[in-house]
Design a protein around this ligand. Structure first.
Ligand code: ADP
Ligand code: ZN
Length: 216
């Protein structure tokens, strides 16, 4: 199993979706889970809504519980890709316990490196399919037809937390709460830094190579 780390907008979701399709293992994104629950107006959705909209982190205990439940599902037995979790040291420690309990070894942590300027460009042009969650960008990865998903014909929308204020706040939260994880995983010898300011094909290729080394 592999963790993708990196600032919001670095491309964790886009890369995770590609890797998931190529490797045939699930892509688990806490952000996607929360957005689905918010859309459904479920209890969990109501609990996380205000945090997500403001670009604040959802409380650790709640996120840990969601992940624990997700990782018990059958499809996780052969490995999985975590995107957006862990996001704090406390979550990383909780994850270690969960993985130990289920005897799932953590193979690699890949840090997607992208400059802050590029992050802001990526986030402010990002569009998501309301139906299947596919990610587009108005200039970097435009859909064939404006506002329509290439894969399912669904409507594309801009996330509520992709506004300039929420983006700025998410970056502050990232530096303060999530960046310390780089040192945490580096100390465990698991961290690989990957420059992601290249084409998606190139960075996906590099990730596959990193993961191949692990499987051998
Ligand atoms: P991004 O990485 O672009 O900021 P995500 O889709 O990963 O976006 O997450 C969106 C929001 O969901 C976060 O800003 C936060 O409110 C919440 N969230 C997602 N994952 C976590 C987590 N592991 N811990 C706390 N909050 C989370
Ligand atoms: Zn779609």
């Amino acid at each position: 199993m592999v963790i993708l780390l990196g600032a919001p907008g670095a491309g964790k979701g886009t890369h995770a979706k590609r890797l998931s399709a190529i490797l045939g293992i699930p892509h688990i994104s806490t952000g996607d889970i929360f957005r689905e629950e918010i859309e459904k107006n479920s209890d969990l959705g109501l609990q996380v809504k205000s945090h997500v909209e403001k670009g604040e982190l959802v409380p650790d205990d709640l996120v840990n519980e969601v992940i624990r439940k997700r990782l018990t599902r059958e499809d996780c037995k052969g490995g999985f890709i975590l995107d957006g979790y862990p996001r704090t040291i406390h979550q990383a420690e909780a994850l270690e316990k969960i993985l130990e309990e289920f005897s799932l070894p953590l193979k690699k942590v890949i840090n997607l490196e992208v400059s802050e300027e590029e992050i802001i460009r990526r986030l402010s042009g990002r569009r998501i399919c309301r139906n299947c969650g596919a990610i587009f960008h108005i200039t970097n990865m435009p859909p064939k037809q404006e506002g329509i998903c290439d894969y399912c014909g669904g409507e594309l929308y801009q996330r509520d937390d992709d506004t300039p204020e929420a983006i700025r706040h998410r970056l502050v939260v990232y530096h303060k709460q999530t960046e310390p994880l780089l040192r945490f995983y580096e100390n465990k010898g698991l961290l690989v830094n990957l420059n992601c300011e290249v084409s998606l094909e190139q960075s996906v290729e590099k990730m596959l190579n990193i993961l191949k080394d692990v499987q051998d």
